[in-house]
Design a protein around this ligand. Structure first.
Ligand SMILES: *Cc1c(COP(=O)(O)O)cnc(C)c1O
Length: 387
């Protein structure tokens, strides 16, 4: 057993990132400025999108994307049950109604048939989540959305560096929203990005992310009439600071290496745990998908174990391995359950799979020995609790 605790996640901050942040601090321009503009342009290019707008969180990007899609009171937005609260909360912020649907058992991504069945005349948008970094069923969801005139707003918080039929995430949906939260594959501490090919949508997202100001600070700076600004809408304060952009810019060229490092760990886990009958591994992604492997989610065959999921998490903690659970489905949280009356029996896959999910550490800062330690701890835990 290892004698130090292996955290569930640790961000790897290199010297070049530290230097980039320090030089930003020395530049005297801390808020959104030249580094944000450069990051947006490089990011858009890297995912084959025409436009990218940086935000101060993934949640902000989702909020702005829905706003730009015209979502408001009276509208419905379809969301999967297996996600973080942010996906649905932004729908509520706009006065619209989230409609929760189930996920498919293999990927835990939004179920295309359930989507089709949930569509009403009031459905304005659908928010597929690339759960764990596995791209959603693009062919089926986009086709249905297009036929019904519904906007696709992809929650790509987990899937930077992933692709579908060789097309990068960021160019698959009407708007793609990334999160650069500390634990995400590309991190800026806090931050996010919305990408789109629609210039009008991109302009609206940019406008509403900075107070609805027609000319923003960096565009105004240096000109003789820099003092002048015009408020054209009651916008939000969602812009990314240059300090965060400097951090993101350093990671951007390493998408392939980051993805490969995570995939290597996933393959080792799949091989080791595939041999243990009480465990179900995520296995290989669907053939058309390059998986980002933000999360490695094991599923326990609880009927073969004497331990509950909580016991398993506790046992791994005692063996110095940090784990987590992604996610407690939306309908199991008091707010959504009580406000919308969402029920477990209407969302059978998310409800039953939730009970047996455990996320293991998977990040580039892990050494081979760290991976060995996780495999040893899980194998030992199974031996101790097998029926
Ligand atoms: C992290 C996350 C978000 C929110 O991103 P923030 O940058 O923390 O606002 C949204 N959706 C999913 C699925 C996430 O995991």
């Amino acid at each position: 057993m290892r004698d130090t605790f292996l955290p569930f996640h640790r961000a790897e901050v290199g010297d070049t990132e530290i230097e980039a942040v320090v030089s930003t601090l020395r530049s005297g321009w801390l808020t959104s400025g030249p580094r944000v503009r450069a990051f947006e342009e490089a990011f858009a290019r890297s995912v084959n999108a025409s436009h990218a707008v940086a935000t101060n969180s993934g949640t902000a990007a989702l909020h702005l994307a829905l706003e730009a899609a015209g979502v408001g009171p009276g509208d419905e937005v379809v969301v999967p049950a297996m996600t973080f609260t942010a996906t649905a909360a932004v729908v509520v912020h706009l006065g619209a109604t989230p409609v929760v649907i189930d996920v498919t058992a293999d990927t835990l991504c939004i179920d295309p048939e359930a989507f089709e069945a949930a569509i009403s005349p009031r459905t304005r948008a659908v928010m597929p989540v690339d759960y764990a970094g596995h791209v959603y069923d693009v062919d089926a969801i986009n086709d249905t959305a297009q036929r019904h005139g519904i906007a696709t707003i992809e929650d790509a918080a987990h899937s930077w560096s992933a692709a579908h039929r060789q097309r990068p995430v960021g160019s698959l949906a009407d708007v793609t929203c990334f999160s650069f939260y500390a634990t995400k594959p590309l991190f800026t501490g806090e931050g996010g990005m919305a990408t789109t090919d629609d210039a009008i949508v991109a302009d609206r997202i940019r406008l509403m992310g900075q107070h609805g100001l027609a000319r923003q600070a960096w565009d105004r700076s240096g000109s003789a009439d820099a003092w002048y600004y015009a408020v054209t809408a009651p916008g939000f304060k969602y812009n990314m600071p240059d300090i965060a952009a400097a951090l993101g810019m350093e990671q951007l060229p390493h998408a392939g290496a980051t993805r490969a490092a995570r995939e290597r760990i996933a393959l080792r886990y799949n091989e080791a745990f595939g041999a243990l009958e009480p465990l179900e591994t995520p296995g290989a992604p669907r053939p058309e998908v390059d998986h980002a492997w933000h999360l490695y989610v094991l599923r326990l065959r609880l009927e073969q174990l004497t331990a509950s999921r909580s016991d398993v998490i506790r046992s791994l903690r005692e063996k110095n391995i940090g784990t987590s659970v992604h996610f407690i489905p939306l309908h199991m949280h008091p707010y959504y359950r009580d406000t919308y009356g969402w029920k477990c029996e209407d969302l059978p896959v998310a409800s039953s799979e939730y009970e047996r999910l455990v996320s293991l550490p998977i990040y580039p800062a892990m050494t081979e020995e760290d991976v060995d330690d996780v495999i040893a701890a899980v194998t030992e835990m199974i031996a101790e609790t097998r029926r």
